[in-house]
Design a protein around this ligand. Structure first.
Ligand code: FRU
Length: 417
């Protein structure tokens, strides 16, 4: 395919669109990422004390997503807002949480005060993995489709390759809401809906030499306003053991000279298309964005739609940038704007950086998720080194023109809109 850039960095235009089922994969270039710079428009304030009460005394809370419709908007059901979170027992060290993660859910009347409802999946229907990682929950009629990452192969021991396997899964349930709360009933079995094939997406086996765990996770399902079809975004990696980076990946420069092992940093944003409008059958398509020799993880990709443009969002860590970019990089929300789902995107603010942790505490919060209207929820990881493990204050960003953003405000509380 011709991956040559259609334009020299001008605003997104219709001619930069490609067929959604085609093989154009845009690149977050090393040149763009090298201009990463923290300033007032993107840097979150350093916290000296936690502004929030923990949402639960029982469980740590991290990656969180609101119940949405296929149009990506937050849905209320009988006046309840519902948030789904990765959770782990507070008896565990916070840093160990990933390996026992289960999806829990919370309900709220105002989007600020949240009541913990326990585990999402009933015990009698077993999820197909060792643990549950991030996903999305989409309501259609009276059913909610819960997409998530089935992480780890049942029975694998810590350190085995299989311990790190990730596949995309779904289970659906009827939602029953009333004055006293929200329940899910009539569960389907859990189904695996996608796995890394080694052709479009790096497989677990191919990733064996990588310095960082591979990704095939974080499914996010929505209807594309352009063509009315249902798609799924997810986090993946470029197939093969490591990426061979060419000028499409690198851009025109300047950028730091390619370091040893830069090709292991090969994150991408994957795409799958629903077959005939099905909520449970999806076909893998080529990725829409890759970050070869730039960053190994483009986590929890999601999108918002505005004025005919697609705003593509993802989160990433300082330590997952290619080594030569780690000094300048930071834990952050990254964004791109393009004229359609598969297009030649423009990194927001030139580098892609939208929101960053303050340099004094690069791990203060994480897992930013942009809701329509520019409200960004995230969890607080730590305040001055003390673990919090609960949603932090929602941030509000403004989009200025087409491709610039600005941090406007940080609320004192979590606020799901
Ligand atoms: C982001 C993330 C997700 C993953 C989860 C595992 O914080 O790494 O990509 O699903 O955390 O805990």
């Amino acid at each position: 395919p011709d991956h040559a850039k259609g334009r020299g960095g001008g605003p997104p235009a219709a001619e930069d669109s490609y067929p959604v089922d085609g093989d154009f994969t845009d690149t977050w270039t090393r040149t763009a990422a090298a201009t990463w710079e923290l300033d007032d428009s993107n840097t979150l304030p350093l916290l000296e004390e936690s502004p929030v009460e923990p949402m639960s005394d029982e469980v740590w809370v991290w990656d969180t997503w609101p119940l949405t419709g296929l149009d990506t908007r937050t849905e209320n059901v009988r006046g309840w807002k519902i948030a789904f979170s990765l959770t782990a027992d507070k008896d565990l060290d916070f840093v160990e949480r990933h390996w026992t993660a289960e999806i829990g859910y919370f309900i709220s009347r105002d989007g600020r005060d949240w009541q913990y409802q326990g585990d999402l999946f009933p015990e009698d229907v077993d999820p197909p993995g060792q643990r549950e990682w991030a996903g999305s929950s989409v309501i259609v009629g009276d059913r909610v489709y819960h997409y998530y990452t089935a992480s780890g192969t049942e029975g694998a021991a810590d350190g085995d390759l299989e311990y790190f396997r990730q596949r995309l899964a779904v289970a659906s349930a009827r939602i029953v809401a009333g004055p006293d709360g929200v329940e899910f009933t009539d569960w389907t079995d859990h189904e695996i809906i996608a796995a890394a094939d080694g052709e479009l997406y790096q497989s677990l086996e191919q990733s064996a030499g990588s310095p960082i765990i591979y990704g095939f996770r974080d499914p996010w399902v929505f209807r594309n306003p352009d063509d009315g079809e249902i798609y799924m975004l997810f986090e993946g990696n470029t197939p093969g053991a490591r990426a061979e980076c060419d000028e499409d990946d690198l851009g025109p420069g300047p950028y730091p000279p390619l370091e040893e092992g830069a090709g292991f940093y090969n994150g991408n944003i994957g795409l799958a298309a629903s077959e005939g409008g099905s909520m449970t059958e999806f076909e893998l398509l080529p990725p829409i964005m890759s970050a070869n020799c730039v960053n190994q993880q483009l986590e929890r990709p999601h999108a918002t739609f505005r004025g005919g443009d697609v705003y593509l969002w993802t989160i990433t860590h300082k330590f997952t940038f290619a080594p030569a970019l780690q000094d300048t990089g930071s834990d952050a929300l990254v964004g791109f704007v393009g004229p359609s789902l598969r297009s030649d995107y423009e990194p927001l603010n030139g580098s892609g950086l939208v929101l960053s942790n303050p340099p004094e505490n690069n791990t203060q919060s994480y897992s930013w998720y942009v809701m329509p209207g520019g409200f960004v929820e995230s969890f607080l990881d730590n305040v001055e080194g003390e673990y919090i493990g609960s949603l932090g204050g929602t941030a509000k960003i403004a989009i200025q023109g087409q491709a610039r953003t600005k941090l406007v405000k940080v609320f004192d509380t979590p606020f799901i809109r």
